[in-house]
Design a protein. Sequence first.
Length: 247
Amino acid sequence: MRDTKLFGGRFASGATDGSDQRMGLHHTKSQKALEELIARHVPRDAFMAFEDAYFDGDKKARLRASEFDRGHRRSAIGSIKHFCNNETFHEALEAHGAKPAPLRSTGLVVGRLGIFNIIRLNVPAHKWTNLRRSSTRASLAELNDQIQRKYVQADFFMEPCHIGAATLFVLGVMDGQDENGLAQLTQCMVALPSPSLDSWLYLKPMKEFLKVYDRGSPGGQADKAMPKLKTTTRKRKTGTEDDNGNP
């Protein structure tokens, strides 16, 4: 496994010199378009729930692992985090109508909102992680081929392509350490993996990504409806009505 910067330095800045670009973030003028594509299909409150679920699952796992003997803690924490994070993430997906499959052993928890399959992934920020160890994750990432063709590698002669399905990762960056010496979640990120899982088409911290929604409703139409106040016509008095207009 190559020890490279995953989120910082040259790899996140979009360097284009050969091997660096293979492991980094694709630099593209379409980053804003990708942000709006994601925001159009995944609501802000869903992302906020995913982030809360990740921190909740991480806290529960570390608390349970702390009950083990010190010699077992680091070995136990990986499995415990997997199950705890899967449970909290599954709840968040269900609450927002993403219809995840039932929890089962070590299987990935996958939900669907709009065109996006949504899965979570633990990563360290200080080195590249081999993402292809999971065949299911690799298959899901291949769905991003149309996004890559349309937003990253588009050219003048390319025919417009319809994106029917894609895959989005919610990354949990495990670069902290708690009082028991256990890996601790430090932040969540929103990521679109390349189809080959060797780089990112889009990558941004969750807190930064949520600012996209402040730009207005992506892809929405301006509301041109002009409200009209209902006018009332005062009845004329007749000889059969009193001062309050009653007959």
